[in-house]
Design a protein around this ligand. Sequence first.
Ligand code: AMP
Ligand code: FES
Ligand code: ZN
Length: 311
Amino acid sequence: MKCKVCRRPAVVDVRRHNAAFCSDCFLGHCRAQVERAVKEHRMMGPDERVLVAVSGGKDSLALWDILLDIGYQADGLYIGLGIAGYSQPSGEHARAFAAARQAHLVEVDLPSDFGYDVKTGAAADRRVPCSACGLSKRHVFDRAALDGGYDVVATGHNLDDEAAVLLGNVLRWDVAYLARQRPVLPGGEGFPRKVKPLVKLGERETAAYCVLKGLDYQVEECPMSAGNRHLGYKEALNAIEERSPGTKAAFYNGFLDRGSALGAELCQDEREGLHPCPSCAAPTTAAVCAFCKLVERAGGDPRRRIPVTAL
Ligand code: AMP
Ligand code: FES
Ligand code: ZN
């Protein structure tokens, strides 16, 4: 097989594009897909300060690397979730990348900064771990971005993640989640803008990117995500993709083109009626926000400050 761009021997094939690439052209392809996503969805301007949420996995490290290569002022944010055997190596990968690229990594640790971990939070709040984890991460993303003066938070959600979430939302016709499932969520009072610049890249591509660039990432999945519904949706979509390459991208992109505009209005309505949480100041419609309830039930303190140093 030859590289589609330069005709040298190819090392990676991307079946949905019916194309193969040599190493250099593949890295260029990944960067171009991020640039296209940023431009198409007006994610961020060249002078904005970006906080990249980095888990230490392939997607978020590839994203941070690409944004730095493009020239963004991109700092990382790593959240220690207190998951035994998983959080420590994840943090080490994030720190090693930051040191190698001389980039700034903001760190927040749930056990030492808030006095709880995902497992105790989930048990105390009677949630599945992924739900307690997601709630905690969203809260910390927002707070760290606002405290550090960042314009936008970028996460490493890729095409496979978004297509799987979309399938789940469609299977349940969860209109409120569908309304929010866009690659850019505008900022507002108490919210930073949130963007997903990897929506045009699949996870096979982000893994190949890291391997070809020599980025060492956390390969093991979170032990608490076993049996997670989204993993099942991913497998189902992969089986379809195997038979007809391109279906996953057509499913997700078709939604963005035709379906997601319907939700924009609904999303706006949802933000009406929000007020600052009396405990942590995050926007909420409840008397106390869900994050503060969870942390208090788990015996922690949601008011502890996040140690963010703005540049
Ligand atoms: P996940 O929810 O684990 O699929 O991760 C989705 C995205 O959330 C990742 O690509 C990261 O951008 C971000 N993320 C996940 N875990 C962490 C973490 N521990 N610290 C910071 N960001 C994270
Ligand atoms: Fe959140 Fe596993 S990373 S529960
Ligand atoms: Zn609160």
